[in-house]
Design a protein around this ligand. Structure first.
Ligand code: ADP
Length: 336
């Protein structure tokens, strides 16, 4: 199905409000496998941006490039106003990264992991202890602080990972699949933490294979597929890209039903159920015009429901039916 790509926002022009992340024509191949075929990203400061894609789409590759862990084959990237190629050290200072390549050491305790981070960031011993205690408390890890991190559950490890990242007070955080493999309770805790970070002014780039997660958290979503960004926009904008939206009108009175039919001759009819299905985007303007037409004809429906497509529909339409990831087949680590 041909799908138009949402217009991208204005590029970072180095003006007074530079984007947190701005990438243009980013390319990366491994051997003859092209993972990123010239993608553009623009993440306004203070927002949550979700990079959504199935397993193997290249999400981690993007995060690794943006966080200077690997080099792109081509393209231009600015992070926190710094050119990635020219000033990788400045970029590293501005960002925090958590995910599959976390710095967490399982052999030492959660507290020791935190103190190590404090050392790396050159905090004084006293300041390091204060920050460690604060963050362990904030992430509900005080009780487990003296236990080896290897004994932590998946949810606790993710929380420790984020706490360690925050020691450096980053303005931009990359979260690579922060909830993959977590149970629903830990997933919701992670969502709360992410919301709190953003409320504190941090910009978040989040990768996920979960549509629901992107829908819940992200201001903007980019769908990564086959080396490219096949669509970008708010969850609502993306939902409007796929057909399937409609308004359903139900009647109990056959006379009212017939009047509605003659008022809305293009609607799909179900004579048995006395219901009509009017196709459209389910948007406010369309709904108002529909109601105006019914009012003008003196028709009143007994029930009116608006159906908008969900992100599942979008994802399937855009990626041509790529297998939907389910939590059960992605559970990489057991949560206790
Ligand atoms: P995602 O994070 O979306 O699951 P990745 O960025 O990890 O995807 O991987 C994208 C593709 O690149 C996959 O096909 C993966 O096998 C391949 N890939 C990733 N890292 C390497 C590497 N170091 N060498 C070769 N291929 C790689």
């Amino acid at each position: 199905m041909p799908v138009s790509v949402m217009p991208m926002q204005k590029r970072d022009d180095g003006g007074p409000h530079p984007a947190a992340v701005s990438a243009t024509a980013l390319r990366k191949s491994y051997g003859d496998r092209t993972v990123l075929n010239g993608i553009d990203l623009h993440i306004p400061t203070g927002t949550v941006f979700a990079l959504l894609g199935p397993n193997g789409a290249g999400k981690t590759t993007v995060v690794k490039i943006l966080s200077t862990l690997i080099d792109a084959d081509g393209g231009r990237v600015r992070v926190a106003g710094h050119d990635l190629a020219a000033s990788p050290r400045d970029v590293r200072t501005a960002i925090g990264v958590t995910g599959q390549f976390s710095a967490l050491d399982g052999l030492i305790t959660g507290e020791e992991n935190m103190l190590l981070m404090a050392d790396l960031h050159h905090l004084t011993r006293r300041e390091g202890r204060r920050v460690t205690a604060d963050l362990l408390e904030r992430f509900d890890l005080t009780g487990a602080a003296k236990k080896p991190a290897s004994t932590y559950s998946g949810g606790m490890r993710r929380r420790l990972d984020i706490a360690m990242t925050l020691v450096g007070k980053p303005r931009i955080i990359f979260l690579d699949e922060p909830t993959t493999g977590l149970d629903p309770r830990n997933r919701h805790t992670m969502w709360r933490i992410i919301r709190e970070l953003v409320a504190g002014g941090v910009t978040v780039l989040l990768t996920t294979q979960y549509l629901e997660e992107a829908d819940e958290l992200a201001d903007r979503i980019a769908v990564l597929h086959d080396g490219g960004i096949v669509a970008e926009g708010t969850a609502e904008e993306l939902k409007r890209l796929v057909p399937g939206g409609h308004v359903r009108l139900r009647f109990t009175d056959p006379v009212a039903y017939r009047s509605a039919l003659s008022t809305l001759p293009d609607a799909d009819r179900d004579d048995e159920a006395l219901s009509l299905r009017v196709h459209g985007d389910g948007g406010q303007r369309e709904l108002r015009s529909l109601l105006d037409r019914l009012d003008a004809a003196g028709v009143e429906a007994d029930e009116l429901t608006v159906h908008t497509p969900d992100l599942d529909d979008v994802f399937f339409a855009l990626t041509g039916g790529t297998r939907k990831p389910t939590r059960s087949n992605r559970s990489e680590e057991a949560d206790r």
